[in-house]
Write a protein of this length. Structure first.
Length: 239
């Protein structure tokens, strides 16, 4: 089976040493929207950043800049966490998040990261267990932000409470839990979320689309390679 144009494009983008996160994230979901113009949505991100930039410029200190970004995105522009239909696959498609102004923690975090980058604020994704977060540089420390909760700032006690809620009641907040996630880790987590959604619905074809992209991100992962081979056999059997 020949690779789809969407898979080819995704492979080309993430092969670059310092690929653009927004571009790669916008290519997730190409299996449902093969004709979608990614650059239109990158222009939308530029426009959002243009709207946010003056507020960031007027803000004082790192906390003020982070709050300005959150206020613009979630209060003034109306982006929000989709609590009504959390497992809708569109919540993981950045283009749909921009169109519908709703998403899940990781897609809203990518939005926050890409706007922050455009306005000159250092922000990084945090691969927190069960609930993706963002950390923003504030002078000599990091401010942890939850884009799913309208950009709420999290204290260490909040982080520990969230960790125990999403893992085990006796979990301890270790530095590794709040470390920065790489771009490939962010994309992989978006894809793993989708794999779970499609798997629950028995959607083999879209599960294959997801697994093919995970294999691009982690080509030396033997489990992904094995699962991909098995899934290809099952999908071929449907034809």
């Amino acid at each position: 089976m020949d690779p789809s144009p969407g898979l080819i494009r995704f492979t080309e983008v993430v092969a670059r040493d310092d690929f653009a996160l927004d571009q790669a994230a916008l290519l997730i979901g190409a299996w449902d929207y093969p004709e979608r113009d990614v650059e239109i949505y990158r222009d939308q991100l530029d426009s959002i950043a243009t709207f946010v930039a003056p507020e960031v410029a007027r803000a004082t200190g790192g906390i003020g800049r982070a709050r300005a970004i959150s206020d613009c995105l979630f209060e003034r522009l109306g982006f929000c966490g989709n609590t009504d239909d959390y497992y809708d696959p569109r919540n993981s498609f950045l283009a749909d998040v921009l169109d519908r102004r709703t998403g899940i923690p990781i897609s809203l975090s990518v939005l926050y990261l890409e706007v922050s980058r455009r306005v000159g604020v250092l922000a990084q994704g945090v691969n927190f267990p069960g609930h993706f977060l963002v950390r923003v540089a504030i002078e000599d420390a990091w401010l942890f932000v939850d884009p799913f909760a309208a950009g709420r700032a999290l204290t260490p006690a909040d982080l520990e409470h969230l960790l125990r809620k999403t893992t085990t009641p006796d979990a301890v907040l270790e530095p590794s839990v709040i470390a920065a996630a790489s771009k490939k880790q962010i994309l992989a987590r978006m894809l793993v979320n989708l794999a779970g959604i499609y798997g629950r619905h028995g959607d083999l074809v879209r599960s294959l689309d997801v697994l093919e992209r995970l294999a691009v991100l982690e080509p030396s992962n033997p489990r992904i390679a094995r699962d991909l081979a098995q899934l290809r056999e099952r999908v071929d059997g449907l034809n």
